[in-house]
Design a protein around this ligand. Structure first.
Ligand SMILES: NC(=O)c1ccc[n+]([C@@H]2O[C@H](COP(=O)([O-])OP(=O)(O)OC[C@H]3O[C@@H](n4cnc5c(N)ncnc54)[C@H](O)[C@@H]3O)[C@@H](O)[C@H]2O)c1
Length: 414
């Protein structure tokens, strides 16, 4: 594990605890133990606190800290590395881990530029390992059903839609305070919906254009480069040349006393139908004196992640947030133990072909993130209103400022 912050505690920790009690098991792979062997982080403080909290039945991971924490982790006996550092620090950790021959899982957004993405794809290929990205929204049963309806032709030809994901102020104000300067909530959370759109309605279509704007002044100075909220617009062309456009609104300055942890809503309009989903208001509404809406929320989403006492008395933590990570270990187990050694490369190729999480299927999402960050950078420099074109006559990703010459930010085809 590289990085041991909020998402580690929310999803990886409970998954490793659960895998300790119930290892992976299928007819093909047999029983495969998944152990948290070591944690690399800068100070090691949180790892130490966790080591003190785990009871004696849980095998304690080694605490690797300091500037060489990753090198120490990579020289130990690990097969897989999960990268959950801040988003602008994913690339180096993932690249070094792939070079060391480890299978890699990266938290969303995978990386921030297509040049970085190309390097990770190359390293994964050269070292015969998997490099995957966590996109847990694809594991949400509602989203699986949306895609199932699309694949079965029940919903046909998406034309437009909107998605919104609003995080509370505590995220920008305290949780991420250390690394928030220069960052934006679009990169942090719009990617959830970028992948949902790209994966559910693709792959035959083509990404065409990206535009974005945003607001500042709460997390950082009004004219600085740290963003409170971002509105992103992306346009694709279907094979029949008809266009589809989506607006994705994100923020990390929603009041902390908001009734849910995050506000999440989508609406997609098709030739023959409409899909409206509220990811928070799924039917449960509760109030507890003195606790809601702060440490408990009025409209919780227990499908993503919840702690439960199972009907048979066992304490558990489960949800699609954990399933997405477990699936990575299942894919690795399939490559390593799913058949004869001489057929490993065939199994690796099959697992690489899975577009829900393979790094090679992340091109459109990374292109949009790179373009959005470049557009916001222009705006922070006093030049709002630019947009980016994808795979046009001038290059793979080209930024068109409102005034001045276009700038190629990625020359090869996206
Ligand atoms: N899947 C999801 O829904 C989801 C939710 C939240 C966060 N995330 C992603 O997870 C990643 C981490 O987010 P978080 O909320 O846990 O952040 P966080 O700030 O709570 O934790 C970041 C961790 O990374 C460590 N770190 C920072 N720089 C490092 C470096 N160079 N080497 C090693 N460790 C380093 C920090 O010490 C800390 O332990 C981000 O990419 C974020 O986008 C995903």
């Amino acid at each position: 594990m590289v990085g041991v912050g909020m998402i580690f505690d929310e999803t990886y920790r409970p998954l490793f605890e659960s895998l300790h009690h119930s290892p992976l098991h299928t007819r093909l792979i047999g029983t495969v133990e998944v152990m948290l062997e070591g944690i690399a982080s800068r100070t090691g403080t949180r790892t130490e606190a966790l080591r003190n909290r785990w009871d004696s039945s849980f095998p304690l991971p080694t605490n690797h800290s300091g500037n060489d924490c990753l090198a120490k982790l990579l020289s130990s006996k690990v097969n897989c590395v999960c990268v959950a550092t801040p988003d602008d620090r994913h690339f180096a950790a993932a690249r070094d881990s792939l070079r060391a021959g480890k299978h890699v899982l990266i938290e969303k957004p995978s990386v921030l530029t297509l040049a970085e993405l190309d390097q990770l794809i190359q390293e994964a290929a050269a070292n015969n390992v998997l490099c995957k990205v966590v996109y847990h929204k694809l594991f949400d049963p509602d989203h699986k059903k949306l895609r199932t309806h699309v694949l079965n032709g029940v919903l046909s030809h998406v034309n437009n839609g909107y998605c919104t994901l609003l995080e509370p102020k505590s995220i920008s104000g305290s949780q991420f305070a250390e690394w928030i300067t220069g960052r934006n909530p679009g990169t942090y959370v719009a990617v959830h919906y970028l992948k949902l759109i790209d994966f559910s309605f693709g792959p035959e279509w083509k990404l065409l254009r990206i535009s974005a704007t945003g607001q500042r002044g709460l997390v950082g100075p009004p004219l600085g480069n740290t963003w409170d909220s971002v509105q992103l617009q992306i346009t694709y062309a279907h094979p029949d040349a008809r266009e589809a456009t989506f607006d994705i609104h994100t923020s990390w300055v929603t009041p902390d006393n908001f009734p849910g942890y995050v506000e999440q809503e989508v609406q997609f309009r098709f030739d023959n139908g409409i899909w409206l989903a509220h990811q928070r208001k799924r039917g449960v509404e509760m109030a507890v004196e003195g606790r809601t809406p702060h440490d408990l929320k009025n409209t919780p989403n227990y499908h993503y992640n919840g702690t439960f006492i199972e009907p048979w008395g066992e304490h558990s933590q489960r949800g699609y947030g954990l399933e997405a990570i477990q699936r990575f270990f299942e894919e690795v187990a399939h490559v390593e133990f799913g058949g004869p050694v001489e057929e490993r490369s065939a199994r690796l190729a099959v697992m690489r072909g899975l577009a829900h999480n393979d790094i090679s299927a992340d091109r459109n999402c990374v292109a949009i993130v790179q373009a959005m960050e470049a557009i916001l950078e222009e705006q922070a420099a006093g030049r709002p209103g630019s947009f980016a074109e994808v795979n046009g006559p001038d290059g793979g990703l080209v930024l068109f400022p409102r005034r001045g010459n276009p700038r190629v930010i990625y020359a090869p085809a996206v």
